[in-house]
Design a protein around this ligand. Sequence first.
Ligand code: TYM
Length: 335
Amino acid sequence: MRIFSGIQPTGRKHLGNHIGAIRQYVAGQDRGDPAIYCIVDLHATTVAYDPAELRARTYDTVATLMAAGLDPGRCLLFRQGDVPEHSELCWLLCSVTALGELNRMHQFRDKSLDRDLVSAGLLLYPVLQAADVLAYRAHEVPVGEDQREHLEVMRGIAQRFNARYGETLVVPEHRIPEVGARIMDLQDPTRKMSTSAASQEGTVYVLDEPEAIRKKFRRAVTDSGAEVRRGPDKAGISNLIDVLAAVTDSTPAAVEREYADARYGDFKTKVADAVTAHLAPIRERYADLRADEDALEAVFAAGAERASALAGETLADVREVMGVGPPRAHRRGRR
Ligand code: TYM
């Protein structure tokens, strides 16, 4: 089973990223053959950004992933921009990508609002994401709920490619966790938790200090009721139930049973304590890992070499069936 996932190096990683995705990456390490995880710096260039900050955030992200348990000895961990096959495959896949479909993507529509420049990269974002996965012929893609639409486009691209050029690419499946696939903002539980939220108060960062985490949970928006149970009119409490279930490896139903008689205030304290205990070891390991950028570059270099060897095989097949570049017989010793 080959596993692939990617994560953007923009901003600080939050509890939604951690519960929806990073935990799944760690769990996939020993199942994956191999499990491949990529910091997608090329995707981060699709909106306005600062180049020096992009490099720094890329180190932050890889150090966070390693602190959370990714071990470059047990998985393949690399930076997208180090492996040119991704960009090349993105271009080649454009030939089987429908413009109308890209135009309709929710993320494209949301991200296009209020921008001076809506870049072509923003429109092509899902094609590069498809290339990330298809280059490795990965079967499984662990992601949060917000990536479902991108995964559908990716599958469509792979199917269209195979129909047009013959069976070449693997059509991947998403792996969306049962609990915590969509962690909501603590201040506005009708919106997903994200780095771009209006208020920082609603977003819990993986590297937040324990006191900051407690404060954010204490102030979490709930409802005028008094029962710790899930429900359509109880977005805030439902979210806290999911968070507690996820970080304690329990289920929402078990959490509801355990806290059936609890008051909201006490329940929030329990959730805050559990999240603090869960994230504290990650924050502690992070500091050492982040301090050694040479070591992080060495992880990227080793990862890129392995990734490029795998992606290179797919690219050779894709070029061959598409009739691009010299035929295979003339390609010995060349890419
Ligand atoms: P990104 O960097 O926005 O998010 C990384 C992962 O975190 C998940 N996630 C959440 N899960 C639960 N609740 C939330 N509030 C929440 N917010 C984010 C996301 O679903 C994601 O799994 N386009 C991708 C990066 C990417 C990629 C790929 C993913 C590039 N190439 C190939 C998979 C395969 C993204 O922007 O993720």
